[in-house]
Design a protein around this ligand. Structure first.
Ligand SMILES: [Zn+2]
Ligand SMILES: [Zn+2]
Length: 791
């Protein structure tokens, strides 16, 4: 018997698969009938910003690989592509740290990671490889960007945006966490800038629902909370002396009679235009504070503006204050303050000695509310809004927390924005036949607070496509999340030079059957991708409205108790462990550590238990191949265990999405086989074990398959459990009382003698004959009967 040497067999089988093009899956021919059993297996693509894959990637891609193999061998038409999220800040920052050009760093890292992926033996269709920084890809990112603009779903406007002083660029709301840049941790500042925005809010309502998409409840909850729909009313408060209306959004129109003062945010236009000098000075300082500081439950501050607003329901004049506890980005940036029924208003009223009027009693009915007194609050909401509507002073409305997605970045390493600014014609799209706008190679790409491309005159100065006069390119680049909002569609049709993709091909494969990736992308990538697909569906480009039919979030792979990540610097790559133990051991171990949706601690030493299992499998299968009789499966315990294992592995992987329990099940089968490797059905059990472990450990499985005298396991049909063999684990128990048959029923073959007696005595028919008499003894005939002797 040869020794188990993964360093010999793994490269060998990888060559075989590559030469056989085992995992390259062409698209169906145009006009071919649509098969129902197609499967698009996708895991979130990596950022090639680091020099190596980390164990979190290894977990995700091995899960995807197991799905891919089991589905393929179960008769599914499976596509499983891979690519690189190559543009963006992480890549550019890595290049800056190394003092190289981002293209150089990125392409080197891609080369390393691709080699690591091949070395792990993942069944990837490399013909479909896509990288965001390749002009063949970003040509279509630019084309799509222009489509969004043409459909008024992308626009330019001036407004407050989040500025990261460290990364020197605008970042999206979705990537500001607790007031800090998600990438670098720097405190984010608000700046007024003219920027491109994607109109995600156009789909705010639809994004709350997930028709046909089987997503985790918690992810849906995170997205719904981020979108933050609240139903209420917009109410106009009149400032008589200035002859103007200030609109207010409230979710509590039932409390309008309880308003005793009025507050505007420091950034509200009213302050600059009409407030007292003291109020304007306060606003300047308060507005510069961070949102969390302002929202925190600290002492309330504010200044009276010198004006009054009239409450439209009762004509009361409410003093208008400016205070930093009111935020400009919620509602209209102005509120009616109801201290009796709002805690923060109450704190403010207490600080400044303002009136408090209760308008809802303990029974939830209105008081001090004129003709609405006695009405339940829910009814009063509708009645008061109706009254305001009749007077033209308000209307029912919906407010969202979601804001449009800012996509301009003042950085170099991204997709150029395909628009030209002309003094005469305004903002003009680059003509389609001139796409892509190529990102020029420049020496000095370091962030400087304005886009590095702006100082490249050769790039910037162009003729206006409309009037031919002198014009300038847009110097910004796109947020890298624009690239990842559609990469999964390009994978399906990656070599299309005529269009971004062909609708028929995309409709054949998509939506993605199973997506695997981090829950940390819930409010960013996963939301943006849904927005992209809904828009493209509305334009008739594709035939579905949700990109990802099923979604699974892996747990974090931790090292020393914290999540492995480049920013934490505790990344462990797979290379050393593959060197020491082989790819199959690493693949098995990463899935054996526990349920894949829970956090797990990576300990390189833990692999050794898996290596022992692989050596044992190797020995036992060789033993069987040499010594076991050629007979087919027989009706023995080993055959039944094999069928039970098939049923369990199949159900766990395909239905339960469990990856660690199948490994234990195959281990048990191998143990049982090792006890009797010359049994009549040992060959069947060995073939079953090898076949079932193939999705996890494809190299050793392929090798052992040939030892058992077969070929090309990767394309063998997935084993199917024989229901009869599963059922043979029960038998019909005959129950006698004093030798006479009184009952018979099915029981599990696993039951002990004592348990069989308990079941026999519990039978109603038997009870009739043993009640009131003494059971003197019981006789058990294995797998047959229980005789109860009474008297
Ligand atoms: Zn930053
Ligand atoms: Zn022009």
């Amino acid at each position: 018997m040869k020794r188990y040497e993964p360093e010999q067999i793994e490269p060998k089988w990888q060559r075989v698969w590559e030469e056989a093009r085992a995992f390259n899956v062409p698209n169906p021919d145009p006009g071919a009938p649509t098969a129902e059993n197609h499967w698009y297996q996708l895991e979130m693509l990596p950022y090639p910003s680091g020099p190596s894959l980390h164990m979190g990637h290894v977990l995700n891609y091995t899960m995807g690989d197991v799905q891919t193999h089991v589905r393929r061998r179960s008769g599914w038409h499976v596509v499983r592509p891979m690519g690189w999220d190559a543009f963006g800040l992480p890549a550019e920052n890595a290049a800056i740290r190394e003092g190289r050009h981002p293209r150089e760093t990125i392409e080197r890292n891609i080369g390393t990671m691709r080699a690591q992926m091949k070395r792990l033996g993942w069944a990837i269709d490399w013909d479909r490889e896509v990288a965001a920084h390749q002009p063949t890809f970003y040509r279509w990112t630019q084309w799509l960007f222009q489509q969004f603009v043409a459909h008024d779903l992308c626009y330019r406007r001036e407004g407050p945006v989040n500025w990261c002083p460290n990364d020197q660029t605008v970042i999206a709301n979705e990537y500001v966490v607790d007031g800090r840049c998600e990438r670098c941790g720097a405190e984010v500042e608000l700046r007024n800038m003219t920027q491109w925005f994607m109109r995600t809010t156009a789909y705010a309502d639809e994004l709350l629902e997930y028709p046909g998409a089987d997503w985790p409840e918690k992810t849906k909850a995170i997205q719904r909370n981020w979108i933050g729909r609240s139903d209420g009313a917009e109410v106009l408060f009149r400032v008589d002396e200035l002859d103007l209306d200030i609109p207010v959004f409230t979710t509590r129109p039932d409390t309008l009679f309880g308003a005793t003062f009025f507050v505007v945010a420091p950034e509200h236009a009213f302050v600059e235009a009409h407030a007292s000098q003291e109020a304007r000075t306060y606003a300047k300082h308060a507005g510069a504070k961070r949102t969390e500081e302002r929202a925190a439950d600290t002492e309330k501050t504010g200044v009276f503006t010198g004006h009054y607003a009239t409450n439209p329901v009762n004509g009361e004049r409410l003093p208008i204050w400016v205070a930093d506890y009111v935020l400009m980005d919620y509602g209209t940036g102005a509120i009616m303050a109801v201290p009796a029924h709002d805690e923060r208003d109450a704190q403010f009223a207490a600080t400044f000695g303002l009136a408090v009027v209760q308008v809802i009693d303990e029974d939830g009915k209105l008081v001090n509310s004129d003709r609405f007194d006695g009405m339940p609050a829910e009814d009063a909401k509708r009645a008061i809004v109706a009254a305001l509507e009749a007077d033209g002073r308000g209307k029912a409305t919906v407010n969202y927390r979601l804001r449009d997605w800012s996509v301009s970045r003042q950085r170099y390493w991204g997709c150029p924005i395909p628009f030209i600014h002309c003094e005469r014609c305004g903002v003009v799209p680059v003509p389609e036949d001139e796409l892509p706008v190529i990102l020029p190679d420049i020496e000095d790409y370091a962030p400087k607070g304005k886009s590095p491309l702006a100082s490249n005159e050769e790039y910037m100065n162009v003729d206006c496509p409309k009037c031919g006069g002198p014009a300038q390119r847009d110097p910004d680049t796109m947020d890298t999340f624009v690239d990842s909002s559609w990469y999964f569609i390009r994978y399906v049709d990656p070599h299309n030079h005529e269009a971004a993709f062909d609708r028929d091909v995309v409709d054949y494969w998509m939506p993605v059957s199973q997506y695997i990736g981090g829950i940390d992308h819930s409010t960013g990538h996963l939301l943006y991708s849904r927005f992209f697909v809904k828009a493209m569906n509305d334009w008739g480009m594709l035939g579905f409205r949700e990109p990802f039919a099923r979604l699974f979030h892996q747990g974090w792979v931790q090292l020393g108790g914290t999540k492995m990540s480049k920013t934490k610097g505790n990344v462990e790559g797979p290379d050393a462990t593959v060197d020491a133990y082989g790819a199959d051991a690493v693949r098995l171990y990463i899935l054996f550590m526990g349920p894949a949706d829970q956090d797990m601690e990576w300990t390189p030493e833990g692999v050794e238990g898996i290596v022992r299992f692989l050596r044992r499998l190797w020995r036992v299968v060789h033993d069987v191949a040499e010594r076991a009789p050629a007979a087919g499966p027989g009706d023995t315990q080993l055959t039944r265990t094999a069928h039970r294992t098939i049923a369990k592995v199949t159900d766990d992987v395909l239905r339960r999405f469990q990856f660690h329990t199948p490994i234990s099940a195959v281990m048990e089968l191998v143990n049982e086989l090792a006890d009797d490797p010359v049994a009549p059905d040992a060959r069947f059990a060995a073939e079953t074990a090898v076949s079932l472990i193939q999705p996890y450990a494809p190299h050793i499985a392929e090798e052992l398959w040939t030892v058992l005298g077969h070929e090309r396991l990767w394309e063998q049909a997935w084993p199917v459990a024989d229901p009869a063999a599963l059922e043979q684990d029960t038998f019909e128990l005959v129950v006698q009382v004093n030798g006479k048959v009184r009952d018979r029923f099915e029981v599990s073959a696993d039951l002990s003698d004592d348990e069989l007696v308990q079941r026999a005595l519990a039978s109603e028919r038997v009870q009739a004959h043993v009640n009131g008499v003494t059971v003197r003894k019981t006789i058990v005939v294995p797998r047959k009967l229980v005789n109860i002797v009474v008297g």
